[in-house]
Design a protein around this ligand. Sequence first.
Ligand code: AMP
Ligand code: MG
Length: 494
Amino acid sequence: MPNSSHQGDPLDVGLPWVNRFATLGDDFYATLSPTPLPAPYWVGRSMSAAQAWGLDPQWLQADDALQVFTGNRPLAGGLSLASVYSGHQFGQWAGQLGDGRAILLGETPGWEVQLKGAGLTPFSRMGDGRAVLRSSIREFLGSEAMHGLGIPTSRALCVTGSDAPVRREEIETAAVVTRLAPSFIRFGHFEHFCHHGHHDQLKALADFVIDHHYPACRTDARWGGNPYVSLLAAVTERTAEMVAQWQAVGFCHGVMNTDNMSILGLTIDYGPFQFMDAYDPGHICNHSDHQGRYAFYKQPNVAYWNLFCLGQALMPLIAAQEDAIAALETYKDLYPRAFARRMAAKLGFADLQEAHRPLIEDILKLLAADKVDFTIFWRRLSHWARAQRADDDSVRDLFLDRAGFDAWLLSYSELLAQVPQGLAADLMLKINPRYVLRNHLGEEAIQAAKQKDFTVVAELLQVLERPFDEHPEHAAWADFPPDWASHIAISCSS
Ligand code: AMP
Ligand code: MG
């Protein structure tokens, strides 16, 4: 058994534990303990995540915490387990999956606490239950960067490392990410119980999610009063909102399998994700995705496809198929509206109007044609909007098609003239980040960390926590990526 002896007594972090997921019973999980790692060290810590969780940030400084969040010491009051789920991977039914390397330590009010990379579980299949340093740093910085951008996501409390070897394409070293979310339940959890015909468990799971996370579904008069259709509609709405935010910031998830889709509409399971540099709708960030199933522009449709899988899984609880379809079809309106609203705000318009739509479509075409750096464009446009000086060519200079851009800018200026000048720029500078976690920035942090220099992780975290601030001392991180950035290959191997 992967259960191994912990070093030391359970540690009390001074938080109340509720362990609600555990109340679902052992059809849903296996209880087990993390497997310790030798001589752990801190790689990164997020005081902001500690604060969100309610943990005294001082506590995160202690050696005890280092042991707990490496899986070397249990938490008093927690109940550690690995949950079972299934799912569709790259469009195919993949059968049983489950937490193969993530272990839930327990649950305090509002937060589940998971260690990712904490050793073998009954669901590890061919894997080793571990995560390597580079992917753990990416998940840590990626989640906190998304939170800084205001995009729904799991949080990352810390990363610890160990020199214990982990075999991937080459020998690397182990790391553990502590992540937090109100729930890590996935579409795949529902698919699992539906596929196996375990309808009692399916209902228990749906009731659990509704009672704890979507209580309004119980009293929703729409959908014939069926709370499970209401749940499907609510998840559809949150997912549409989340993906709209991804598209508006240029975030590519990379592995949108149904087992990586959160029932709460959170961005979870950071793997080969990427914040795009040059705007390219066809961009594929996962080098293992040979068909380009999860290319950037396909994300909204893939989310819809995944929601259908969830709908299918909920069918045993839904009498009227047409209601389920109607709930899913709300996506066709919700997603484009959420996206357009977001894009209008990026242009400085607090309220979306019909006249904004062609402006949005046209600028995306121009950006794609010239492969303009997505983040730099929006940030420069935000600064341009402040003064709107005719001799300010900082945005125009990003384009090869100057005539095309000039024509667009003329139409844009006319609409912008209807908004008080300062207001538009203020809005834009709060929605168009100066900093995103570009691949080459993550790579800088990883290379330093491999040499046991963790300062880049810490500094990058500080900047990404406040991505709309100027941080002049880190201006280089807001600049165009170096040439080598396009050669970074990020695959599913993590
Ligand atoms: P992912 O696509 O990375 O979310 O992983 C898909 C499935 O593979 C999940 O069930 C993971 O728990 C499992 N998995 C990935 N890597 C490992 C590993 N190194 N050891 C055990 N299970 C793993
Ligand atoms: Mg996963």
